[in-house]
Ligand binder design. Sequence first.
Ligand code: FAD
Ligand code: FES
Length: 336
Amino acid sequence: MVTTPLLPSDYLDLVSPLRTGADLRGRIEAVHPETGDAATVVIRPGRGWRGHTAGQYVRIGVDVDGVRLWRAYSVTSPTDRQDGRITITVKAIPDGKVSTHLVRRAKPGTLIQLDQPTGDFVLPQAKPAKVLYLTAGSGITPVMGMLRDTEIDDAVMVHCAPQPQDVIFRNELHDLVADKKLRLTEWHTDTDGMLDIARLDELVPDWAERETWACGPAGLLDAAEEHWTEHAVPERLHTERFRPSIVVAGDGGEVTFSATGKTVDADGATPLLDIGEEAGVLMPSGCRMGICFGCVTPLRAGAVRDLRTGEITEAEPGVLIQTCVSAAAGPCDIER
Ligand SMILES: Cc1cc2nc3c(=O)[nH]c(=O)nc-3n(C[C@H](O)[C@H](O)[C@H](O)COP(=O)(O)OP(=O)(O)OC[C@H]3O[C@@H](n4cnc5c(N)ncnc54)[C@H](O)[C@@H]3O)c2cc1C
Ligand code: FES
């Protein structure tokens, strides 16, 4: 009663936000530039942090201009880092709300929300003898987590970036090469053009025998999945996508957010999560690509289209939709 309307825990948060029992948080302790548009953020997680497996990602909630936004980032630090801190490495994308904030404006001392790490883009318990890492741009981050954590006897990496100076972790990669822990092909797309996946035959002649972890833009991963399937080794390819592959867009419609009392027009290609956030509706979210279910919301009326499959879901009592991969398919009412 004494502390109403705040709870005693709100006061404890002021004194000891990372204590055991508090919602899991982290404190940004440093931000180190990596390239012109990427930076590594050093985070001290609170006491409830359970630790990660190399290659996994963590969802973080960051306040940007007074709005709490959640995004997923791969953990780039090794699992046995002695000081208990973790790192994520973020590439600022043009108009990207969270990535630009973290790379250009985040300050040491800032508290962020954290989730426990998750994801199955990890090495198996029994280390494979021969590995290929196929990465592009910021897709190098989960693989860097693996390279820093686990030594593989025969590891090859093909990494694509526009120019040498855009290669995140370039010095560290070259140190691994000098120590004979990695063989590396840098593919500079500004001069070499986009990587044609068929070129792997020259770059890594035994690619089909290698257990492969691939992370990068949809074009590269789609081509890799096709290539590995054509050569009858799809089970050797493990991929991580940072964005959903949107295959089908429809007509859109008027979207009502009934709890907030807002109605806006939406096209048939933009996820309802983005539509809601643009309209100032408080929308829960996580990975923003259909894997974490952090955005599920009841559909009260109308229909939505799954942007990955084109499948239509119509409102029925109890129907939940993932707003990050659903777009309006005609007028609809979302319970937010
Ligand atoms: C499992 C997982 C792991 C991830 N790990 C990392 C990581 O280690 N490092 C990292 O930098 N990012 C990573 N991401 C991507 C990250 O979660 C965000 O999507 C990214 O930082 C963009 O967020 P934003 O708020 O800046 O952009 P938004 O404000 O959400 O979007 C701005 C514009 O950019 C487009 N956009 C959104 N995401 C991307 C993208 N990834 N590439 C190109 N355009 C995009 C949007 O469609 C929109 O037009 C990961 C994503 C997932 C799902
Ligand atoms: S935000 Fe992760 S499934 Fe929608």
